[in-house]
Design a protein around this ligand. Structure first.
Ligand SMILES: Cc1cc2nc3c(=O)[nH]c(=O)nc-3n(C[C@H](O)[C@H](O)[C@H](O)COP(=O)(O)OP(=O)(O)OC[C@H]3O[C@@H](n4cnc5c(N)ncnc54)[C@H](O)[C@@H]3O)c2cc1C
Length: 408
């Protein structure tokens, strides 16, 4: 009977949320539960492509996918709204335009940029976290290049792009920017010699923890394209003129109107503000992906943290993990709504990591530690992306949005 069906509410249509919803759509019977998906926008986006949108090397319409194209609205109730808070004791979600009650909740609200209290970063630096933020960065850099030729004086700060952080996002973004600069120079009649693309990293190496040979390859390739690395260098402050950095006790100001902070993420602050137990902004979920305190609340993706028992380190916050968590959460929800107490333990199938260095270059470690770089790594990256689209929306979506230029 309709009235007695439990309500499952899924918050966020990122990798974790949308894959949980699609899986529930497939495995739940008509009388098992009502499923509601809540998302800020009427589209899902591939967060892993946002650095390309931000650099302007890929249009953001390739990255976003209307939710109605991949979720069956006859089976799933979709609510386009912004989550303000969660009240687990009342089993309620407060939205900007109303509220929802739930019997079971899945939190998949993704990540936020973490600025570690560095003065002025929140106010003056950009970060890549959504379609809107990526589009803003692209427009901002283009605008500053356009301004350069009209402003009096030699305003090199308009042509200086600083990326904070040489982790995956920082490296992938700076590689796209390095490829984009020649196009921008041509479009805005700017001498490429005047442009500065700089990466500032506090740690002693780029891509900490990644294979050293591949890191060296990446840095060499980027330096050949004009990227200036400042390793072991802390950003101490960011203001309207640029940044203040420090290395070995020596400080230096770098004038830049284009500072992009890509050095850290944390779970969505709504989760902590709603009173859930968190560790560095993420909920330390049980092995079945439920929160420590609530048997009816699951957390997937970047809002969750779970330790890999083999390495005793947390699984990294990645799209790969978010999607695999979605499978476990959906399976366990099916068990709960059909009154089975046997819940599955999350056991990821780690398939390696590939970081892109532009559209035709990449580095990666896949399948049992095999190293890839250059075109073969780039092909692998595109295969991973296309496989995701296939899983999300079938062959039609893959052909429409996929990266099919693999062998060009
Ligand atoms: C530039 C970049 C490159 C990356 N590259 C890779 C990669 O190559 N491989 C990899 O595995 N990982 C990569 N990652 C990490 C990966 O993107 C994240 O781990 C992944 O997106 C986490 O998935 P999620 O479902 O938790 O959240 P997200 O994908 O961030 O989705 C969260 C969703 O929640 C919605 N939302 C947020 N707040 C609200 C609210 N208040 N109300 C309603 N809706 C809300 C958002 O709009 C979004 O749709 C990359 C990240 C970045 C930024």
């Amino acid at each position: 009977m309709m009235m007695n069906k439990p309500n499952i509410v899924v918050l966020g249509a990122g990798y974790g949320g949308i894959m949980t919803t699609i899986k529930l759509e497939k495995i739940l019977g008509d009388n098992d539960a009502n499923v509601t998906l809540v998302n800020k926008h009427d589209y899902h986006y591939q967060t892993t492509w946002l650095h390309e949108n931000a650099a302007g090397t890929l249009h953001h319409d390739r990255t976003r996918i209307p939710i109605k194209d991949v979720v069956n609205f006859n089976k799933i109730n979709f609510v386009q709204d912004t989550v303000k808070s969660i009240e687990p004791s009342n089993k309620k979600v407060i939205l900007e335009d109303g509220e929802l009650t739930y019997d079971y909740l899945v939190i998949g609200l993704g990540f936020e940029s973490a600025t570690f209290g560095i003065e002025g970063l929140k106010e003056h630096a950009f970060s890549i976290y959504s379609i809107n933020s990526a589009r803003l960065i692209r427009e901002h850099i283009e605008y500053n290049f356009a301004r350069y030729t009209t402003e009096p004086g030699d305003r090199r700060d308009l042509l200086t792009i600083v990326v904070g952080g040489a982790g995956f996002t920082g490296i992938e973004f700076i590689a796209e920017i390095a490829n984009r600069v020649p196009e921008l120079c041509q479009e805005y009649d700017i001498d490429p010699e005047k442009v500065r693309v700089m990466n500032v990293e506090a740690g002693p190496a780029a891509l900490a923890g990644f294979d050293e040979e591949l890191v060296e390859y990446a840095m060499n390739r980027l330096e050949e394209k004009g990227v200036e690395f400042r390793l072991g260098t802390m950003i101490k402050q960011c203001n309207e003129n640029g940044i203040l950095v420090e290395k070995d006790g020596e400080q230096e100001t770098i004038d830049s109107q284009n500072v992009i902070w890509a050095a850290g993420v944390t779970g969505n602050s709504i989760v902590e503000e709603s009173g859930f137990e968190v560790s560095r902004g993420r909920v330390p979920v049980r092995e079945d992906l439920r929160t420590p305190d609530h048997d009816n609340v699951f957390v997937v993706g970047d809002c969750a943290v779970l330790f890999n028992p083999e390495t005793e380190r947390p699984y990294p916050p990645t799209a790969q993990i978010a999607m695999q968590m979605a499978d476990t959460a959906a399976h366990n929800l099916k068990q709960l709504v059909t009154n089975s107490s046997e819940l599955e333990t999350f056991k990821p199938n780690l398939q390696g990591t590939v970081a892109s260095l532009g559209h035709t270059d990449a580095i990666g470690v896949v399948f049992d530690g095999k190293k890839l770089y250059g075109r073969s790594a780039s092909i692998m990256k595109k295969v991973i992306d296309n496989r995701y689209l296939l899983k999300l929306g079938g062959i039609g979506l893959m052909l429409k949005k996929g990266k099919l230029d693999m062998f060009r």
